[in-house]
Design a protein around this ligand. Structure first.
Ligand SMILES: Nc1ncnc2c1ncn2[C@@H]1O[C@H](COP(=O)(O)OP(=O)(O)OP(=O)(O)O)[C@@H](O)[C@H]1O
Ligand SMILES: [Mg+2]
Length: 455
C-alpha cells in the first residue's frame, strides 16, 4: 500500500484513478490544479507521499514546470507523467527532467497498476541504493569519461593531457556539442590545481550586469537589488580553474575587465574599493572563429592572446566517424542504467543509420538521440525505428518536427520491424510486442500494413 497524489485537470480522470487505486488499497489524494498539489506538498511533512501521478498539460501551471519544481523540492518522490496520445515530445522532455516514467492516456488499468508495482519495488531499493549511488557520483566516475577511437581525437586528447600540467591559459575551440566543456574539465582534473575548484560560467547566458556581478561579486548596496554581499566566481575559483564558456559573446566592457584580471591577477568587487588578489587559471571556450572576431573588431586582440596561450581545437563528429559507435554504446550504457532499462544492443540497421548521419549537433546530439531511443525502447535492442534520423539531414527536417516524430509513426515503424523480423508471423509478433493477437490485427488494418509484405 502506498500514498499516491494525483494531479489532473480532467475530473473524470481523477475520479477514475481515485477509484481504481483505492480498490488496490492505496491511499489517494487528488488535485485538479498544479498549484494545489504544490501547496499541499509544502504544507505537509516531507515527503508526504510515495508517488505522484501528474498530467503534463494543465491550464493553471505548465506541467513540466511543476515537474521541475517537484524534482527540485522533493527529489526522492518519483513522478509518473500522464500524456495524451501523441504527446511523445512531452514524455521525452519529462523523462529528461527526471520523471520516473510516462504513461499514455487512455491507459488500461493493468498497465498503470503494473507500473506502480514496479515503481514501488524500485523506490524501496532506491532508498537503499541512494548512498551507494552518491558515492559513485562523487568518485572520478564514468560520467566524466572521455570516449574516442579516432586518431584525430587521440591527438586532441594527448595535447590536453600534455598542456594540463602547465599553468597556461587555454582556449578550447570547436562546433557546438563537440566536447569543449568536457575537455576543459579534463584540463583542470589533470592539472596540479585538481584539488581546488573547477568553476564554470556561461558568458552567453547572462546580461552584462549579471555577468559582471557573477564574475567579480558585489557588496551590499552596489546596485539596486544587491541586498547581500555576494562572492564572485573569480574568488570561488581561487587556486583552481575558471572555465569561461562562450567567451566570443562577451561585450567590450567586460572584455576590458577580464583583460585586467588576466594581466594583474587582481580585481575589484562591485561597489567596493579594495582590490583582491586571485590565483586562477583560465580556460575559455567558443564555437566562433575568435580570430575573425578579432579582425572584425568585436573581440580585443590583447585579451585573445592572453586567453589563447595554447589552443585546442575539437574536430566535429562527422570528421571522426570511428568515434560514433563507441560513443553510442557509452551513452546507451549510461541511459539504460539511469532509466533502469535493459536495452543492451544496437542492431545493425540502427548502427548504419548512426554511422551515416551528419551530426550537426555533434556528440551532444548523439547523446540526446540515444537517450531518447532508450526512453522509447520497449525491448532489449535499439532498432533503427527508434532513431528519428534520415541518413542525410534533409529527411529529418522534412518531417517538420526536428528530431522528434509522432508516437503513431514510432509505433508503426516498430510494428513493421517486428513483423519483418518474425517473417510476418502474427502470433509471434503479438507476443514480442506484448499485445494480443486481436490488437495486432487491428493495428495492422489501422496502419494499413496488411496484404502485401513490403509495407
Ligand atoms: N569524447 C566524449 N566522450 C564522452 N562524452 C562526450 C564526449 N564528447 C562530448 N561528450 C558529451 O557530450 C555532451 C556535450 O559535450 P560538451 O558540453 O562538452 O560540448 P560543448 O562543446 O561544450 O558544447 P556546446 O558548444 O553546445 O556548449 C556532454 O554531455 C559531454 O559529456
Ligand atoms: Mg559547452
Amino acid at each position: 500500500m502506498a500514498k499516491i497524489f494525483i494531479c489532473d485537470d480532467e475530473i473524470e480522470i481523477l475520479t477514475y484513478l481515485d477509484k481504481l487505486l483505492r480498490a488496490s488499497s492505496h491511499q489517494v489524494e487528488t488535485f485538479s490544479r498544479g498549484a494545489d498539489l504544490l501547496a499541499r506538498l509544502e504544507s505537509g511533512e516531507i515527503p508526504g507521499c510515495d508517488v505522484i501521478l501528474q498530467d503534463v498539460r494543465m491550464p493553471d501551471l505548465d506541467g513540466l514546470r511543476i515537474l521541475k519544481q517537484l524534482r527540485k523540492l522533493y527529489p526522492g518522490v518519483p513522478v509518473v507523467i500522464m500524456t495524451a496520445h501523441g504527446g511523445i515530445d512531452d514524455a521525452v522532455h519529462a523523462i529528461k527532467l527526471g520523471a520516473y516514467d510516462y504513461i499514455t492516456k487512455p491507459f488500461p488499468k493493468e498497465k498503470l497498476l503494473g507500473m506502480l508495482e514496479r515503481l514501488l519495488d524500485h523506490s524501496r531499493l532506491a532508498a537503499e541504493n541512494r548512498q551507494l549511488r552518491e558515492e559513485l557520483h562523487r568518485g572520478s566516475g564514468s560520467s566524466n569519461a572521455i570516449i574516442f577511437r579516432s586518431a584525430a581525437f587521440r591527438e586532441v586528447y594527448d595535447l590536453t593531457l600534455q598542456v594540463a600540467e602547465s599553468d597556461a591559459n587555454i582556449l578550447v575551440m570547436g562546433e557546438s556539442g563537440t566536447g569543449k566543456e568536457l575537455i576543459a574539465s579534463a584540463l583542470h582534473h589533470n592539472s596540479p590545481r585538481r584539488g581546488k575548484p573547477f568553476v564554470s560560467l556561461n558568458c552567453a547566458a547572462l546580461s552584462d550586469t549579471l555577468l559582471e556581478s557573477q564574475l567579480f561579486g558585489h557588496v551590499r548596496g552596489a546596485f539596486t537589488g544587491a541586498v547581500i554581499n555576494q562572492k564572485g566566481l573569480l574568488e570561488e575559483a581561487d587556486g583552481g580553474t575558471l572555465f569561461l564558456d562562450e567567451i566570443g559573446d562577451v561585450s567590450p566592457a567586460i572584455q576590458a575587465k577580464l583583460l585586467r584580471v588576466t594581466q594583474e591577477k587582481d580585481f575589484i568587487v562591485l561597489g567596493s574599493t579594495r582590490t583582491r588578489k586571485v590565483d586562477v587559471r583560465f580556460v575559455a571556450a567558443t564555437n566562433k572563429d575568435l580570430m575573425s572576431e578579432v579582425q572584425a573588431g568585436r573581440f580585443r586582440e590583447d585579451l585573445y592572446y592572453r586567453l589563447n596561450v595554447i589552443s585546442i581545437t575539437l574536430p566535429p563528429l562527422r570528421e571522426r566517424r570511428e568515434d560514433i559507435e563507441p560513443l553510442a554504446r557509452h551513452f546507451l550504457d549510461i541511459s539504460t542504467r539511469r532509466m533502469r532499462k535493459e536495452v543492451r544492443d544496437i542492431d545493425g540497421a540502427a548502427l548504419q543509420v548512426l554511422l551515416q548521419y551528419d551530426w550537426p549537433g555533434n556528440v551532444r546530439e548523439l547523446e540526446n538521440v540515444i537517450e531518447r531511443a532508450v526512453i522509447l525502447a520497449r525491448g532489449t535492442t535499439l532498432t533503427a525505428a527508434l532513431l528519428p534520423l534520415g541518413t542525410r539531414r534533409e529527411p529529418a527536417a522534412a518531417a517538420g518536427s526536428g528530431t522528434l516524430i509522432a508516437l503513431d509513426e514510432v509505433e508503426r515503424r516498430h510494428i513493421v520491424s517486428v513483423l519483418k523480423e518474425t517473417d510476418f508471423n502474427k502470433s509471434r509478433s503479438a507476443e514480442i510486442l506484448g499485445i494480443s493477437r486481436k490488437t495486432l490485427d487491428r493495428k495492422i488494418s489501422e496502419f494499413k500494413l496488411g496484404g502485401n509484405r513490403t509495407p
